[in-house]
Structure formats: structure tokens, C-alpha cells
Design a protein around this ligand. Structure first.
Ligand code: COA
Length: 175
């Protein structure tokens, strides 16, 4: 399992999972209450809008093929030291074999090494047991829970944030 920068060659694959595939499983877990309002792009619209910013995202590769994506972004004000990260493994067939945890560990390590992040959060919801378990496996601790803030298919769920402080992160050994 490796993380690598996105290239233009990844765009057909990324567009397929983000826009072409109808009702993909990952959107039921990754803040589904937000996807209902997102706009489906054609491939040419996607390529026109997509910039390559290796600092803010990376492709998760497993067994020599792309399986997912990690992202990060700094919250305002820039330079304040609060970053948030996210992860998706698009095909359910590629989940539950440790890739999410391994990719998360590499990405968090990279984030603490390359940025001034003082604290790193992940933002999810109480219906996403997989993301909460992944956060716990990585040592993240729940820091915010807004009760019943998210409405999805007639049921209310909590909005959940988990956090890791730089001083609590065990850096990966460098080779
Ligand atoms: C969240 C996600 C990245 C986890 O990736 P993964 O490769 O399946 O995770 P792992 O195999 O490393 O498992 C990590 C932990 O989650 C647990 N887990 C995984 N899927 C689970 C599920 N569906 N229900 C409950 N626990 C689950 C594993 O048992 C493991 O726990 P452990 O360390 O205590 O044994 C993946 O499920 C995913 O991409 N989901 C769709 C998109 C999404 O929800 N992204 C997050 C948005 S906030």
C-alpha cells in the first residue's frame, strides 16, 4: 500500500467513481446528507475544474492499482495550525482489509511532517462506524459530538469529530 500524488492519468478513474457511477456505495457513508446537493459533472467539466495539488490530496494505491483517495485542508485562519483530513476507498471490495488504517497512518504522518499542523481532526457522523473505528485505530480521540445534527433518510445522527495533537503522534520510522 502506498500513497502517491495524483496525475492526469488518474482522472478517468476518479471521475468514474465521483461522477459517472450512479449511486456509488461510498457516498452513502461519506457525509451522504451533503452528496444529495452535489452536482454531477461530465468528464470534460471535471477536467476543466480539477487542479493538481499534491499537497492537499493523494491517491491510495494497493496491489499496484488505485483504490482510494486521501485529502487534507487547513481551516481558517491559515497558519493557525488546525487541519482536517478525510479518506475514501471507493469500491467496497477493497475495504475491511486494513488499507484504510494504513493509508490514514501514512497520510497523517505526511501531514504532520509537511505542514505546520498543531492539531489534526477528522469529521464524520455517528452512522459511519467504519470511519469512527478507523479513527480509533489511528489513536484519534472524539472531541466534538453535535447531537442529532445530521438528517439522513428520515433518521437523525450525531455529527462527530475526532482529533490528534502533533505531540501525541508517533511518527513512522523513516527508511
Ligand atoms: C472508512 C474507510 C476508509 C475505512 O477503510 P477500511 O480499509 O475499510 O478500514 P480498515 O480495514 O483499516 O479497518 C479499520 C477499522 O474499521 C473497522 N471497520 C471497517 N469497516 C467497518 C464497518 N463497516 N463497520 C464497523 N467497523 C468497520 C475495522 O474492523 C477496523 O477496526 P479495528 O482496527 O478495531 O479492527 C472505508 O470504510 C471507506 O472508504 N468508507 C467509505 C467512505 C467513507 O466513509 N469515508 C469517510 C468519510 S468521513
Amino acid at each position: 500500500m502506498t500513497l502517491r500524488p495524483e496525475t492526469r492519468d488518474d482522472w478517468p478513474w476518479l471521475w468514474h467513481w465521483r461522477h459517472e457511477e450512479e449511486d456509488p456505495d461510498w457516498k452513502r457513508w461519506d457525509s451522504p446528507f451533503l452528496h444529495e446537493q452535489t452536482h454531477t459533472l461530465t468528464f470534460s467539466e471535471f477536467t476543466m475544474r480539477r487542479g493538481l495539488n499534491a499537497r492537499l490530496g493523494a491517491i491510495i494505491e494497493h496491489d499496484g492499482r488505485p483504490v482510494g483517495y486521501v485529502t487534507r485542508g487547513e481551516l481558517a485562519p491559515l497558519g493557525g495550525g488546525w487541519w482536517d483530513w478525510g479518506i475514501v476507498i471507493f469500491d467496497p471490495a477493497d475495504r475491511r482489509n486494513g488499507v484504510g488504517t494504513r493509508a490514514g497512518r501514512l497520510w497523517i504522518d505526511d501531514t504532520f511532517r509537511r505542514t505546520n499542523a498543531h492539531v489534526l481532526t477528522l469529521t464524520t457522523w455517528s452512522g459511519n462506524d467504519a470511519m469512527i473505528a478507523t479513527g480509533e485505530s489511528l489513536g484519534f480521540v472524539e472531541c466534538t459530538r453535535i447531537p442529532e445534527a445530521r438528517l439522513w433518510q428520515g433518521t437523525r445522527y450525531d455529527s462527530v469529530q475526532m482529533a490528534m495533537l502533533r505531540r501525541d503522534w508517533s511518527f513512522e520510522p523513516r527508511h
